[in-house]
Design a protein around this ligand. Structure first.
Ligand code: AMP
Length: 382
């Protein structure tokens, strides 16, 4: 299957070529033609599946023959849970629209930064990517109109709701015109997500990409048995043993993430914590430093890590296991993306052993469990 089989125009196909996407991912094969036909979409797909391009490409194609809006009425609205995802989606949009025959203006708006500069740039925006809170603030100041939206995307709907934005989303929906195309993506579903799906989507095309499918076999998974008191020293030993340029370490709580990052830094390994307790500014800076290679280790919690997109991340370490197998798959899916090879290493205490077995069972794959005491010796013997 090629991108040229999906109904995309020549202009978009050359944007795809420039992005060096060789062939479409499964979600793109299903979503692009359906979105071009202006159907409502329910996409059950995690980050890493290629969902952003799956909706942005057909949206750009729809906008291309139209004239840019002269007033502040936005035709396409993308609602996202976090600033990180907003920036990421805006980057993808900009990337694909840069060489199109006409400029399609897109913009990300999010809280935690001052609102005035954002208000000033809204004129002529055709694709607005917004976190719910900031969008409501902007609407309250009459900075834009959303009553002429023809396409609404709700990306990572589960996370939008998890972060407590249900009322904001409902408020936004009330302001939209009733005739419009709706696209909803969610990695998981629960009752709350189901209610939203019922409310938002009319006769949707349902597309599901399983987390397991996108767990690439390219990821080399390993685990080390380690005592709780030895986790810190072993983590440092592990990090020092290789020349990985970037390492993403997962912790289960904000406190542990902070402690681990501090300990690493004290021991000469540049590390920074990334979690929901940090200010937007601190999170953006941490991520920028990590992406540019200035900080080698990012210690993140699951919630904060969901919006991170870093290509070719070589190593993920589970300092602690996540509660759900889905989160484990999501975490290790941070490496080995877009065809690159990666490693995922979990540190397992005796108490975590049973849970780790459950995760492996759910994943349908056994992970080699090694003794941390034998680390650096011939591992095959252990
Ligand atoms: P997403 O799920 O939208 O966050 O995309 C995950 C990653 O896959 C991003 O780094 C994209 O640039 C990349 N990607 C998406 N679609 C393709 C494709 N068809 N070929 C190669 N890389 C892709």
């Amino acid at each position: 299957m090629n991108f040229s089989d999906l109904g995309l125009s020549k202009d978009l196909l050359s944007s795809i070529e420039r992005a060096k996407y060789e062939s479409p991912y499964p979600i793109q094969i299903e979503a692009i033609p359906a979105i071009l036909q202006q159907k409502d979409i329910l996409g059950l797909a995690p980050t890493g599946s290629g969902k952003t391009a799956a909706y942005i490409l057909p949206i750009l194609q729809r906008l291309l023959p139209k004239e840019a809006p002269r007033e502040r009425f936005i035709p396409v609205l993308v609602i996202v849970p976090t600033r990180e995802l907003a920036v990421q989606v805006a980057e993808v949009t900009e990337n694909f629209s840069r060489f199109l025959p006409r400029k399609i203006k897109s913009m990300a708006v999010f809280g935690g930064v001052s609102i005035n500069p954002q208000m000033m740039k809204l004129h002529g925006v055709e694709i607005l990517i917004a976190t719910p809170g900031r969008l409501i603030d902007l609407l309250g100041r009459n900075a834009l109109g959303i009553s002429r939206i023809h396409t609404l995307v709700l990306d990572e709907a589960d996370k939008v709701l998890n972060m407590g934005f249900r009322e904001e989303v409902e408020h936004i929906l009330e302001l939209l015109p009733s005739r419009r195309q709706n696209i909803l993506f969610s990695a998981t579903t629960d009752n709350e997500v189901d209610v939203l799906i019922q409310k938002l989507l009319k006769d949707p095309v349902r597309i599901q990409v399983e987390g397991d499918n996108f767990t690439p076999d390219l990821i080399d998974q390993k685990a080390y048995r380690v005592s709780p008191e030895n986790k810190g020293p072993f983590l440092r030993q592990l990090i020092n043993s290789g020349d990985w340029s970037q390492i993403l370490v997962f912790a289960s709580s904000i406190r542990t993430a902070d402690n681990v990052a501090t300990k690493l830094s004290k021991n000469g390994i540049e590390a920074v914590a990334f979690h929901g307790d940090k200010s937007q500014g601190a999170r953006t800076e941490a991520l920028a430093r990590f992406k540019s290679g200035k900080t080698r280790v990012l210690v993140a919690t699951d919630l904060a890590a969901r919006g991170i997109d870093i290509q070719f991340l070589p190593l993920v370490i589970n300092y602690e296991l996540p509660r759900s197998p889905k989160d484990y798959i999501h975490r290790i899916g941070r490496t080995g993306r877009a065809g690159a090879t990666g490693e995922a290493i979990s540190l397992i205490t005796p108490e975590e052993l049973h849970h780790f077995k459950v995760i492996q069972k759910k994943m349908g794959k056994r992970v080699l469990l090694l003794e941390s005491e034998n680390f650096g010796k011939n591992e095959e013997d252990s």
